[in-house]
Design a protein around this ligand. Sequence first.
Ligand code: NAD
Ligand code: UDP
Ligand code: UDP
Length: 324
Amino acid sequence: MPHALRKRVLVTGGAGFLGSHLCERLLADGCEVLCVDNFFTGRRENIAHLLSEPFFEMLRHDVTFPLYVEVDEIYNLACPASPVHYQFDPVQTTKTSVHGAINMLGLAKRVKAKILQASTSEVYGDPELHPQPESYRGSVNPVGPRACYDEGKRCAETLFFDYYRQHGLNIRVARIFNTYGPRMLPNDGRVVSNFIVQALKGEDITVYGDGSQTRSFCYVDDLIDGLVRLMNAPDDVTGPVNIGNPREMTIRELAERVIDMVGSRSRVVLLPLPQDDPLQRRPDITLAGKALGWKPTVELETGLQSTVAYFRDLLAQQTEDTPA
Ligand code: NAD
Ligand code: UDP
Ligand code: UDP
């Protein structure tokens, strides 16, 4: 493809779990990709295989500072996503969502780029309505330990819609539900990576609370396909659109499935439930079906198999790298 015809796409948070898969997908689609990341939770290894690609570029940069580049589309994914990481420096988390959104929206406005925000099911907080449609306004504790993430993302959505109304920007807002797959960090505290790593190491599986709280887990390939479809949808499809897998399960059930799949001797231990931990979560994906023709296709068992394989390799590599 001639250089001038390639779409130039900026992916913030491109060295992270979802961002690195998105960069790969966009390169495969023939785009020129600029990956921006400050490596807070991203890893060089996630994108190392892309550095030799002629249409891939990596820039170390924090989105809370202005960024002047020329692009056609922006996927704004920069933000730590795991509670352990987003609560490590909560002020920086809110800054990343809010100042990051302002800077990326300002950039989109200057260069007339289309811009997509990676929002989250956390905007629904601990939901009283189940499953959650986009019209539900949520139940978030604004002063709790999760607020830096939830309220930061809610404010980012507000900014997106105000730039849309006030400046006519071409915006997209995806509300992403729990997603898992290869390249999650082994120590990032999210439930799927925690359980798989614990099962592989034969350690106790740490279920918080009594494990009756529910989540609905989407495999990363499905999620990325949803984001790309949303970006490429007609201009009146601004969202917010839920993207997630409606198959809901208890955390206890997830623990049992992982133990079975790994063939582990790990046992389940119950630890205290963190404050404000949502009791239930399942996306209503009617809108994604209608507006994007999207629905998830990867079964949990298949997705877990490839995630287990990824962590098995990673742990084996770490053992090899450890000096005797
Ligand atoms: P991740 O932590 O793997 O990726 C986030 C990336 O953003 C990392 O590479 C990190 O280094 C980078 N980053 C953080 N702060 C930054 C800053 N100030 N400037 C530049 N880069 C910065 O998490 P992920 O799971 O890949 O999540 C990606 C996006 O999707 C996030 O915005 C997250 O809120 C959203 N999301 C993810 C999920 C999920 O289940 N994975 C669910 C809902 C929403
Ligand atoms: N900005 C940026 N890159 C650009 C243009 C703007 O990072 O190419 C940032 C800049 O920090 C600015 C913010 O985006 O403050 C919001 O831009 P906007 O034009 O909406 O408002 P301004 O603050 O310039 O009045
Ligand atoms: N969880 C758990 N054990 C763990 C990590 C998480 O039981 O080792 C629970 C957590 O309390 C929550 C659910 O699993 O109820 C999902 O947690 P995660 O941090 O992955 O995502 P989020 O709470 O942001 O949906």
